[in-house]
Structure formats: C-alpha cells, structure tokens
Design a protein around this ligand. Structure first.
Ligand code: TRP
Length: 450
C-alpha cells in the first residue's frame, strides 16, 4: 500500500440530512446576509443581482458538483483528495495545488470573516439594550472606531470556531444547524414582512430586480462572480472537505441543487428584508459594509419588541456565521491531522491562530489603519476580501472544473454520480468542460485588460 492509501480516516456524516445541513450551514452565512445586500447596493442593484444568479447557475452549481465528486471519492482533505483523483486518473500530482491555494484562501477569508462575525456577536448586546436614542449609523461608527472592542469580539468568535472544529464535525455542528438554520429562515421571513409594511418595499423591489445595465462594467462581473463563489463556499475546498464525509448513497447532483437554492433564497430574502428599511428611512443603499447593521438596527429601534427580536436575529446570524467559519478551517485541519503531523485539536489551534493574527489587520482597517491601502484603493479588509474572493476562489474553481472536465477519469466520475438522467449528466459535463472555465477566464480577462 502506498502512503496515500494509508491516510487517517475522518469518518462520515451520520444521517442522510447531515451533509445537506452542513453544506447549507457552510454556504449560508455572512456572505448572504451581510455581503450580498451591501455588494448589490454598491454595484447598482438589479443588474448585479441578475449577473449573480447567472454565475450561480452556470459556474457555481457545476463546480459544486465537481468538488463533491472529488471529495467523496477520497474521503480525505482537499490536498490529498486532489492527489488521489489525479493519481487514479493517471495525471500529474501538481493538481494538488488546488488544495494548497484553498487552504491559503481559507485562512485569508477566515481572518476577516471572524472580525465581521465578531461585530454580529457585539450587536446581540447592542440590540438588547438599544433605546433608539442614538442614530444607527452613528452607533455603527462608534462600534467600529474602537480597535480593542473589535479585537475582543474577533478573538471570541475565532475561539468558538476553533473549539467546534477541534471537537470534530459530527459532534455538535450537525445537531446545531438542524434547529438553528430553520429558525434563521423564520426570522428572515418575519423581517421581509416587516420590510413589506415599512413603506419602502416597492422601491426595494425595483432596486433589486429592475436591472440598470448602464451601471455594469467588467468589475460588476468580477464582483458578482466572486460573490457567487463566496456565497456557495466554492473554490477553496470547503465543500470538497464536507463532501469527503458524505455517505456513498447520497445523490450528488440533486443535493447540490438543494444547497444552492437554499443559499440563493436566503440572499434574496436578506435583500428584501434590508432594502425596504433603507429606502423607508432615507438611508443610502451604497453605504458599504455597515449597511446591514445600520438598517436592521434602525428597524429594531422602531418596532415593538425590537429589544427581543433584535438580539434573536443577531444570535442566529452569529450561528450562521459560525456554521460557515468552521468550514473555512476544516480543510487545513483535516490535512494536518490526516497526515499525522499533529492532533486535530493542535491543528485547529495553529490555523485559527494564524487567521486570528491576520484578522487584526482587518479590525484595524476600520479605525487606526483606515487610510492604509494594502492593494491600490483598498484597505486591509477589502484587500483580503479582494485577493480571496475575486482571485483565489475563481482561480481554484476554474482549476477544479478543468480537472473534472478534461483530466479526471470518466469512470471515476460515473461511479460517484451514479444513475442520473443522461440529459442532466450531459448538461453538467458541458458546463464543467466549457461554460464554467471559459466564463471565469473571460471575466478575469475583462477585469485585467478590459
Ligand atoms: N459561504 C459562506 C458565507 O456565505 C462563507 C464561506 C464558508 C466560504 N466557507 C467558504 C466562502 C469557502 C468561500 C469559500 O458566508
């Protein structure tokens, strides 16, 4: 037996719903509720939304299916899963680069993700005690102007992430998402209804769904595509790692559609909950990362029982963030522990510490370092976001599509996909071979040379 066949096994998800819940838990997070509305807001609304939906369909879902195929075949971390798939398809082991770039992207994303999720944790208490005396936008400015405050919450969130991952995925997270994700759904619907009666719904609806293509340029495409990868947790191995624990009898294609639909629904609902408040209160839709906190807190200040609904909402948002952040940590931790370099626990501590250190830069970018640009025109947090979402994830995703479309042995693919409608299978093959890699390539080309 060679070394690759002897890697430590991680076991698999217990129960047929656990993969769907865990993958949905990974996908649904700050990207949907914090990221999507503010990115749609700063990119002109409807046109961004349409391009985003196209990216989910043409690029996201085909790549999600590919990631699960590679992951489930091997049962190992993305680096070794890629090595194994390449070896069994008689092609070069250099494909493992996908796994390495994924772990790097995971650390970069986790670093700023934890800072934003820390702000959500902080808002649980702000919403519980807010009397409405301070304007929400001013309150947000107060929160982010204190480096110590941001760092404290960032530390707490990173600590929670590391604890859950070190405990192993089945114990805890599976049970947690089963109760809390449906609750988040119910509260989100409640917030949409609140939006409908707030007076700004019609305006919000046309902002989100009436495209103004005059606002579209190559950057709109790049940012919608980055957001699609980010929201579906693709391009870095989160879904590949979770796929590794997926039971063999589960159907990959239909499961992927379920996860992607739930994720998209939550993003759209978040927009329909947030923008009506923005318009009803004359706030700016393009105010950036503070958008969600300012608009929702405005609503909670106005409504009766806001001091109960508000904290509840931020608790669930924090849980959604936690069920995503663990999937950012998992690929690296799985790799280190299956290689036997360290225990799962030590690996979780090591990687989360690296991400925590890097996160300090993002926390400071709201205050002390607000004028410091790491990449041209972007502060520290925006640079992390840009490098990971708009470069590493699409690149990783494109390589995965090229690998599965052109290099992976067809028999291996068939074994994982099982019996499906041949038209569905053929369509997926076509998208993985041509549409997904070419779209990513074209969007990159335009953003660089356009
Ligand atoms: N999808 C999550 C969100 O929308 C974040 C996330 C988790 C992620 N794992 C990922 C993003 C892997 C990119 C890659 O909040």
């Amino acid at each position: 037996m060679d070394r690759l066949s002897k890697l430590k096994s991680h076991g698999s998800w217990v129960g047929r719903w656990t993969f769907i819940l865990a993958a949905t838990g990974s996908a649904v997070g700050l990207g949907n509720i914090w990221g999507f509305p503010y990115k749609a807001g700063t990119n002109g609304g409807g046109a961004f939304v349409i391009i985003y939906l196209l990216c989910i369909l043409a690029i996201g879902i085909p790549i999600m299916i590919s990631e699960i195929i590679i992951g489930r075949r091997s049962g190992n971390s993305p680096i070794n899963a890629m090595k194994l798939a390449a070896r069994d398809s008689n092609t070069t082991s250099s494909w493992q680069i996908v796994g390495w770039s994924g772990i790097t992207a995971g650390i970069l994303i986790l670093s700023f993700y934890s800072v934003i999720a820390g702000i959500c944790l902080n808002y649980i208490f702000i919403a519980a005690t807010s009397s409405g005396a301070i304007d929400s936008a001013e309150q947000f400015r107060n929160i982010i102007s204190s480096p110590m405050n941001l760092l404290a919450w960032h530390t707490l969130f990173m600590f929670l992430t590391a604890i859950i991952v070190s405990a192993g995925i089945n114990n805890g997270i599976g049970r947690m998402v089963k109760i809390l994700m449906p609750m988040l759904g119910v509260l989100l619907i409640f917030m949409v209804i609140n939006g409908i009666i707030s007076g700004g719904f019609a305006q919000a609806f046309s902002f989100l769904f009436e495209p103004d293509f005059s606002k579209v340029d190559s950057n709109t495409f790049l940012s919608a595509m980055g957001q699609a990868f980010f929201s579906l947790s693709l391009g870095m191995g989160s879904i590949m790692a979770y796929g590794a624990y997926m039971p063999k009898e589960q159907k990959i294609i239909s499961t992927s559609f379920t996860v992607a639909s739930l994720d998209t629904l939550v993003a759209i609902f978040a927009g329909l909950a947030i923008f009506p408040i923005i318009f009803a209160f004359g706030l700016e839709p393009n105010s950036g990362p503070g958008l969600v906190f300012e608009s929702l807190q405005t609503a909670f200040n106005q409504m009766s029982y806001g001091q109960i609904v508000g904290p509840l909402f931020f608790i669930l948002l924090s849980v959604a963030a936690l069920s995503s952040s663990i999937s950012l940590l998992e690929p690296g931790v799985a790799f280190i522990s299956e290689e036997g370099f360290m225990s799962r626990k030590s690996a979780a501590i090591l990687i989360s510490f690296l991400a925590w250190l890097l996160g300090i830069g993002s926390a400071l970018s709201f205050n002390l370092w607000s004028d410091f640009n790491l990449t041209p025109g972007r502060n520290f947090l925006d640079s992390m976001d840009f490098i990971a979402n708009q470069i590493l994830l699409p690149l990783g995703g494109m390589l995965i599509a090229i690998f599965v479309g052109w290099f992976m042995d067809k028999n291996l693919i068939n074994q994982e996909i099982g019996h499906v409608n041949p038209i569905l299978f053929g369509t997926w093959r076509f998208f993985v071979k041509f549409v997904a890699p070419m779209s990513v390539g074209l969007i990159f080309y335009n953003a660089i040379f356009g």
